[in-house]
Each structure stands twice: as structure tokens, then as C-alpha cells.
Write a protein that binds this ligand. Structure first.
Ligand code: ASP
Ligand code: MG
Length: 476
């Protein structure tokens, strides 16, 4: 059995849904697939989770017009897909009605958040879970329309977690049991379960989420719990590459990786893979493939316990844009580590992911890198927290600039110079202004933060300088 997971860009609009349906159709009709089964896991349409959360935050601040607009645009976007892909009237009306009901529910949710004037982590998960509910139902209907037997399933029935809202931890034993009792019988009857990624529920049934980008993790949990033969993650690039192909058209696909190499890359922010995805698969030796739904014949990247000794072993450059550098500090020398600890704890409670931070005693400050969409929420959370110290508190807080992070994730013994010194030499030549650095103990990984407008040139330069464009094989 194969678990196929489709990310947000793979279901970004009606034509993408149609393309995904074609891919599933092909796999469903492969020799042997009917006997062993196919499971589909799907993310929300691209950008939808961000919008849902932005609406909830606006509601908490009483900005009614913003959340109403968000609701209207989400309704419109999903109905457009339904109307263009479901041609049989009764099915179309049924799914459209269901979508409308969910979005009315969303508006009621927003209104109650506005009334309370507060957004809890639990409330945020309930709102954020809606995107996957919509995309899974629509995709299941599209598959049925194309003659496949498919059924949308809420992962709240399958994946059991603790109640750490915003990034809940799965409880594997009950999850496995539910997957076996709920999904196995469907698969045996030739039905394709179309499961919502990202979302789960506590033992009592309260909705939780697995963390942003968590649909990959859902697919891994489902694959592990069903003892799948393989898990395939379909995104919009040809696997894991030596650099972002949008920045470096010559970037090359890493054809095979070990679980631990892939975990390293994911940990450093490779967008195509959520860092928690590897472990459940590694524990059971289930192969993972990263493939491109827009280029489905490309083999992509295969991740296994022992990759072939002849594969290419190359470092990868991972870049993340759309980030803000926020500084919190004191105007005098009262800055101390407990203040930094307090700030980080508050941000974690408020659901703000801090991607990188540096703490400088000489500057009396803490620098934080967060996603742009979390910037306003991050500033609000910190100003509330530190205002409570009283009017005399001498803190300053603000956005310093828009930044990007770049990580170079190497392989041991890749070349005699070592990745880190090679990288720094290249940065010097390129003239990149490095704002902060984080280096792993292993000496073959390094991450740094640069001004956003320098990221494209820097990544291109590094890719060339590290020799990643040559077509010779670099190995041990
Ligand atoms: N829709 C969720 C998010 O945007 C989960 C995912 O896409 O993997 O974070
Ligand atoms: Mg993703």
C-alpha cells in the first residue's frame, strides 16, 4: 500500500485538483495497486491556513471587516473549484452546500472570538483545521466523479494526540489502532480514503494540529500506522534539490538520501519536508519519496535506510524568504537571560514559530527571526508581555528588517576544505552582509541570516562556488 500526500500548491486551484486526480487515477490503476490499496493525504489549498489564522487574529482584535473578507474569499475560492470540476448536478450541489456550511461555521467561530476578544491556542487550531477539511472533501468528490471509489476522512478520527495545541504530539498506540480499524476495512473494499493532513484530535475529540506544514507528518504517521510499503510526498519541485530551483535553475535533484541525511535537511528548513516526518518512517524502514505533482515522471528523491553507494553525495543550500528580524532589548544593562527565556516562552504559547534567534549580552538584546505573517502577532505578544512589567520598564521592541535564512547542509568528507570555511570564504567574495550565524556541532552544517534582497545572489553564488553545478560526481 502506498500513502500519497499532496501539498497545498499541488491543490492550489481547480486545474491542480484535476492534475492530482489524474495522478491518483494512474497510481490506482497500476498493477497490484488495487490489491494493496492507496491512501491519499491532502493539505489545505495553498495559503488557506495562513488566511484562516489571520482571520482569527483579526477577530480577536475586533477587526470585523478583515475576517468577513477572508471568509468571503475562502468561500469563493473553494466554490470555484467545486463548480469547475464537479459536473454532475446533485453531487455538485451537495459538495457546494457542505462547503458553504463549513464557511458559515467559520464565521460563527470568528464572531465568538471577536466577542471574547481573545484567541486561545485551542481556538486557533479549530479554525486552522478547516482548510484540510475543505480540500479533502472536494478531492474525494473529484475522484468519485472520475470513477474512483473515494471517501473523505477526517484525521480527527484517526490521529490521537496530546493537547499541546498548535504542535500536538501524536500518541502512536491509539493512533495505530484507529488507523487499522477505521481505514483498513475501507482499503480492503477498494475505497481510497482521502484523509485531511495537519489535523488530529485529543482522546476526548478536541481538534488539534501537528504544527505548520504538518501534513507531511500526518502522511508519515498514517503510513507507519498502516505498515505502508511506501509514502510519497507530492510537492511542486523535483524532490530535494541542491538549491531552490526558482533561484538556481541549474539546481540538481539529490536522487537518494538516508533517513538521517533527509532529517538534517528537513530540520534546516527544506520546505519540501516537515522535520518530524522522518522518524515514524525510519522506525519501520518505510521508504519515502519526494516527487513533483507538476512533473510526475521525474523520479524525485528516494529516502531509505541505506542508499545506494553509487548515488551522488552533495551538499544542499536551503533558503527561506519572507522572514522578519525582530529585536527585543533593554535600554540599559538590565538585560538578562531570564528575559530572553520569558520572551521565547510567550511566543511559543502564542503559536509564533521562532526560526532562529541570537542573544547578545553586549547589545542587551534578543534578535528573533519569524515569518512575516507572524510579525504583527509576535510584536503584539511581546509588547503585552513586557508592558506588564510596568511603565518604567526600559525595553525596546521593533522590526529591524526583512531577512532570509540560508543553510548549507553538507555531507561529511565532501571535500577537504570543509563546508563551513568554504561557505564563509564564498560569502566574503560575494559581499553578503551576514546578520547572524548558527553553526551545528558537526561542522558540516551552517545557517545564517542575510538581508532579504541579498538572498538570490548569495544562493546563486554559493551554488557555483561550492561546485554544485559541475556534473562530475563528488563522493567519498
Ligand atoms: N495546511 C497546513 C499549513 O499550511 C499544513 C500543511 O500544509 O502541511 O501549515
Ligand atoms: Mg509542506
Amino acid at each position: 500500500m502506498i500513502v500519497h500526500k499532496f501539498g497545498g500548491t499541488s491543490v492550489g486551484d481547480a486545474s491542480c485538483f484535476a492534475n492530482v486526480a489524474d495522478i491518483i487515477h494512474q497510481h490506482y490503476h497500476r498493477p497490484g495497486a488495487a490489491e494493496t490499496g492507496t491512501v491519499v493525504v491532502v493539505s489545505a489549498m495553498s495559503g488557506v491556513t495562513n488566511q484562516l489564522i489571520a482571520g482569527a487574529r483579526a477577530a480577536a482584535e475586533g477587526k470585523d471587516s478583515i475576517y468577513r473578507e477572508i471568509k468571503a474569499s475562502l468561500l469563493n475560492r473553494h466554490l470555484t473549484v467545486v463548480e469547475s470540476l464537479l459536473t454532475r448536478t446533485p453531487q455538485r450541489l451537495e459538495v457546494a452546500g457542505w462547503v458553504e456550511d463549513r464557511l458559515h461555521e467559520l464565521e460563527r467561530f470568528y464572531r465568538s472570538i471577536a466577542m471574547l476578544g481573545e484567541l486561545t491556542a485551542r481556538g486557533c487550531d479549530a479554525v486552522a483545521s478547516l482548510g484540510e477539511q475543505l480540500s479533502a472533501s472536494i478531492l474525494a468528490a473529484v475522484l468519485c466523479e472520475r470513477g474512483m471509489r473515494a471517501q473523505a476522512i477526517l484525521a480527527t478520527e484517526l490521529i490521537v494526540t496530546d493537547d499541546h495545541f498548535g504542535a500536538a504530539t501524536p500518541l502512536m498506540a491509539p493512533t495505530r489502532q484507529r488507523l487499522q480499524t477505521r481505514l483498513k476495512p475501507l482499503i480492503e473494499r477498494g475505497i481510497i480514503p482521502v484523509v485531511t493532513g495537519y489535523i488530529a484530535a485529543t482522546e476526548k475529540g478536541v481538534i488539534t494540529t501537528l504544527g505548520r506544514g504538518g501534513s507531511d507528518y500526518s502522511a508519515a504517521l498514517i503510513g507507519a500506522g498502516l505498515d505502508a510499503d511506501e509514502v510519497w510526498i507530492w510537492s511542486d519541485v523535483d524532490g530535494i534539490l541542491t538549491a531552490d530551483p526558482n533561484l538556481v535553475p541549474q539546481a540538481r535533484t539529490l536522487d537518494q538520501l538516508s533517513y538521517s541525511e533527509a532529517a538534517d535537511l528537513a530540520y534546516y528548513g527544506a520546505d519540501v519536508l516537515h522535520p518530524k516526518t522522518i522518524r515514524p518512517l525510519m522506525e519501520q524502514g518505510i521508504p519515502l519519496r519526494i516527487v513533483n505533482s507538476f512533473n510526475p515522471t521525474h523520479p524525485g528523491t528516494l529516502i531509505v535506510e541505506s542508499p545506494s553507494p553509487n548515488r551522488q553525495r552533495l551538499p544542499a543550500i536551503i533558503s527561506t524568504t519572507g522572514l522578519s528580524l525582530i529585536a527585543l532589548g533593554s535600554r540599559d544593562d538590565s538585560w538578562a537571560l531570564p528575559l530572553a527565556a520569558r520572551a521565547l516562552q510567550k511566543l511559543s504559547d502564542a503559536g509564533v514559530d521562532v526560526l532562529m534567534f541570537s542573544q547578545s549580552f553586549s547589545e542587551h538584546s534578543l534578535n528573533l527571526v519569524v515569518r512575516e505573517q507572524d510579525q504583527a502577532h509576535c510584536l503584539k505578544t511581546l509588547s503585552q508581555e513586557f508592558r506588564s512589567d510596568g511603565p518604567d520598564a526600559r525595553y525596546h521592541l521593533g522590526v529591524k528588517e526583512q531577512v532570509a535564512t540560508i543553510s548549507v547542509v553538507g555531507v561529511p568528507h565532501w571535500n577537504e576544505n570543509g563546508i563551513v570555511s568554504h561557505t564563509f570564504r564564498a560569502l566574503g567574495q560575494c559581499g553578503t552582509r551576514v546578520i547572524a550565524v548558527a553553526q551545528a556541532a558537526t561542522e558540516h552544517n551552517v545557517s545564517f541570516c542575510v538581508p532579504e534582497d541579498q538572498v538570490a545572489d548569495t544562493v546563486r553564488f554559493l551554488h557555483r562556488e561550492l561546485g554544485l553545478e559541475n556534473h562530475h560526481r563528488v563522493g567519498r
